[in-house]
Write a protein that binds this ligand. Structure first.
Ligand code: PGU
Length: 394
């Protein structure tokens, strides 16, 4: 068999397995070390009780003749689609536009099937690596990196953008923790309308927005329905990283340049390549959207945001400039131009801490490190103590 030639264009292994490898190598040589990971953005706290109970119940129902169910609709349970539209979008989207899935990462991979390979794609730099790697695997060669750095307050200069057919945009942002404001998103939507581009908007961290003036969805922006697809996830809301449940909203109005409807193709892709999200996971999703689930998950987000503040104050105490952490569970830390893999290694060896090298998210991430706020409290406090004693920057 001939290899997909685009796979050879990928620069290295996927970022997080690479970090896992370095972590394992270090532990093999230093087996007694108590390593603390603030690396991969993986939730650590248990799934709240009303949600785990709903999933246990759903699992037991599968063991009973009268309540067993097999394949469900590929697009997700109708009641879950309704609840997502009502609770998370204030009915600004229709249930029929919500496609429930096994997670945002999986949807991002499938969304790339909507695109031709002869298109120009804009991606924030730094960005969640799946956007770039997935686009390359798909055979797209024209990738425009939109630098998002402290110099432009993590928002690209839209007036300088070439015509782009697709723009990936993530807010709250992984890795910088920046959240785009309403005027910024209005500018982005306006660009997409003028250029007939499609925005692929990732809101996996929307539940972490604390400032009520910041938009939680692109569909809060007038005109976005004609230009945007939104992908999101229950992973970070409720500790569902291992349960696997997300969704994508494709508005009815959204069209390709030839006038045909994107939603029809998305439905075709999902019904062909996906067989519906796990029924147990969907029962959990419904519980998240009940008032009790909402209370429990809000408390969970608050807990991780307190972690963010603990790590932030340890890092600022070292004289480092720290971005993010106020409306997103990531801290983006300026290590003053130092090579990020070198800093990674020093943090590993001297503090026994794992953080993610900024350069793993794109060239503009060089010199930065991402610290995740996911962690048990005692580990986060211990990590903060170790950082305070860190001599690198002195
Ligand atoms: N979108 C963004 C922006 C993310 O950061 C992540 C996870 C996802 C989607 C994945 O959502 P799922 O619904 O769970 O599929 N990013 C984490 C985990 C690493 C990874 O490879 O997904 C991170 O540390 O960046």
């Amino acid at each position: 068999m001939k290899r997909n030639k685009h796979l050879a264009k990928l620069k290295r292994g996927y970022l997080f397995p690479e970090i896992g490898k370095r972590k394992r190598e270090f532990l093999e040589k230093n087996p007694d070390v108590n390593l603390i990971s603030l690396g991969i953005g993986d939730t650590t706290e248990p799934i709240p009780p009303s949600i785990s109970r709903a999933m246990s119940k759903a699992a037991l129902q599968l063991g009973e003749e009268t309540t067993y169910s097999g394949y469900g609709p590929e697009q997700g349970r109708e009641d879950l689609r309704q609840q997502i539209a009502a609770v998370l979008y204030n009915n600004q989207v229709k249930p029929s536009e919500v496609f429930v899935s096994d997670g945002a990462k999986c949807d991002i991979g499938r969304l790339q099937l909507l695109m031709g390979d002869d298109i120009a794609v804009g991606i924030q730099d730094p960005a969640y690596p799946v956007y770039v790697d997935g686009t390359i695997m798909h055979g797209v060669t024209s990738i425009h990196f939109m630098a998002c750095t402290p110099h432009n307050r993590f928002f690209p200069d839209i007036s300088q953008l070439p015509p782009l057919e697709v723009i990936y945009f993530c807010s709250p942002n992984n890795p910088t923790g920046a959240v785009a404001t309403r005027p910024q998103l209005e500018e982005l939507v306006d660009y997409a309308r003028r250029n007939k581009s499609i925005l692929l908007f990732d809101t996996a961290y929307a539940a972490y927005i604390q400032d009520p003036t910041l938009p939680r969805s692109i569909f809060e922006i007038p005109g976005a329905r004609e230009v945007a697809i939104e992908t999101s996830s229950f992973s970070k809301i409720a500790g569902f990283t291992g349960v696997r449940l997300g969704w994508t909203v494709v508005p009815e109005e959204l069209k390709y340049e030839d006038g045909s409807y994107v939603k029809a193709d998305w439905n075709r892709i999902m019904t062909t390549l996906f067989n519906g999200a796990s029924n147990i996971a969907q029962a959990g999703g419904l519980a998240i959207l009940q008032p009790q689930g909402q209370q429990e998950t809000t408390a969970l987000a608050r807990f991780y945001m307190e972690n963010a503040q603990i790590i932030k104050s340890a890092l600022t105490g070292l004289g480092l400039t720290v971005y993010g952490g106020d409306n997103a569970p990531y801290l983006w830390v300026d290590f003053k131009g130092r090579n990020s893999w070198e800093v990674f290694q020093e943090l590993l060896e001297e503090c026994h801490l794992v953080a993610t090298p900024g350069s793993g998210f794109g060239p503009a991430g060089e010199g930065f490190m991402r610290f995740s706020a996911f962690g048990h409290r005692e580990q986060v406090l211990e990590a903060a103590d170790r950082l305070k004693a860190f001599s690198l920057i002195a």
